[in-house]
Design a protein around this ligand. Structure first.
Ligand code: CP
Length: 360
């Protein structure tokens, strides 16, 4: 059974198939009005969301399906202590596909082990957000006409920004992509991600501390919010929260055909005055999110129909280890739920399969 937990769960060819389907849906919306008639999507959102949850809901309704779920864990039996594994064993009796957002990193991976129906990660902590990545890829393809030979500036919170991690991984599989990583020292892209990109991909990248340094060379500027909810130290948040503000003055240094993306929500990092610039593509990006989620739901249900297993999914195809190592990340699902401790080989060492932290 195919799930979408990380963007690299899809091959480049599968991503191409989904993006092309999204473009066909945009061109021929009437043809898809009953494409998922009789199917139910469960949206299990343990963390706040506007775009992702409502675009999943809208996507399924436009495909002729129906939607059940919760938008606040407090209104479900999770508040009584029910585990992710038990929750999805229940949900599989009621729905055909699950979209899950969770504050614990790795929760959707646990769900995929027990659900027996396709699970889509709709964002897990600061780990991954693969449907935002599909949204970003569709937007880049529609705006720039290609996914290769691009220079992309990633600006803001590159440490906790799950959308940045997911998009970097996805773009690293295309030829000729250069990334300029623009962040304060405190919010640098984590070392494990830098190592992975340096050793495992052809993506070229460099770090800078000032947006102005990168502006003239960019095809795409990907702005991100400094996420207050991810900081343990409030003083550190206050120190870095306004590190970068994109305004019309900075936009003057950019190419005429550069586009500005942002997964949203924004706080202060893009001045309202930029919204009227035709290069500001972030609200067009939101709309693409619905179409690409329509394509994803339709495709995962089709794939599940072709090979639906009777029981739970076999765990993993890659070399994994279940042993005495411990994940040190308090935000990892393995810190609070009784799950197998799983570790994936990465280079010389091991990484937690749920959150990618190095084990203790
Ligand atoms: N981009 C995004 O994930 O937005 P929401 O948190 O509103 O879903």
């Amino acid at each position: 059974m195919k799930h979408l937990i990380e963007p690299t769960d899809l091959t480049v060819a599968e991503i191409e198939e989904i993006l092309s389907l999204a473009e066909d849906i945009i061109a021929h919306r009437d043809r898809y009005r009953e494409a998922c008639k009789g199917k139910k999507l469960a949206t299990l959102f343990y963390e706040p969301s506007t775009r992702t949850r409502l675009s999943f809901t809208s996507a399924m309704l436009e495909l002729g399906g129906t939607v059940i779920g919760f938008s606040d864990a407090a209104s479900s039996s999770v508040s009584k202590g029910e585990t992710v594994a038990d929750t999805v064993r229940v949900i599989r009796c009621f729905a055909d596909i699950i979209a899950m957002r969770h504050f614990k990193e790795g929760a959707p991976l646990v769900a995929s082990q027990y659900a027996g129906i396709p699970v889509i990660n709709a964002g897990d902590g600061s780990h991954a957000h693969p449907t935002q990545t599909l949204t970003d890829l569709l937007t880049i393809r529609r705006e720039k006409g290609r996914l290769d030979h691009l220079t992309v500036g990633f600006c803001g919170d590159l440490k906790f920004g799950r959308t940045v991690h997911s998009l970097l991984r996805a773009l690293s599989r295309y030829e000729g992509v250069r990334a300029v990583l623009i962040s304060p020292e405190e919010l640098r892209l984590p070392d494990y991600m830098q190592q992975e990109l340096a050793e495992g991909s052809a993506l070229e990248f460099r770090e800078v501390r000032r947006l102005e340094e990168a502006m003239p060379e960019l095809d795409i500027l990907y702005m991100t919010r400094v996420q207050r909810e991810r900081f343990v130290d409030r003083e550190e948040y206050e120190r870095v929260k306004d590190s970068f503000v994109l305004d019309p003055e900075k936009m003057r240094a950019a190419r005429k055909d550069m586009i500005v993306l942002h997964p949203l929500p924004r706080v202060n990092e893009i001045a309202r005055a930029v919204d009227n610039d035709p290069r500001a593509a972030y609200f067009r990006q939101v709309e693409n999110g619905k179409f690409v989620r329509m394509a994803l739901i339709y495709t995962l249900l089709k794939w599940a129909g072709e090979n639906r297993p009777l029981e739970c999914t076999p765990l993993f195809s890659e070399p994994y280890s279940v042993n005495e190592m411990r994940c040190p990340n308090p935000r990892c699902i393995s810190a609070t739920e009784d799950v197998d401790r799983l570790f994936r080989r990465a280079g010389e060492g091991w990484r937690c399969a749920y959150c990618e932290s190095r084990p203790e």
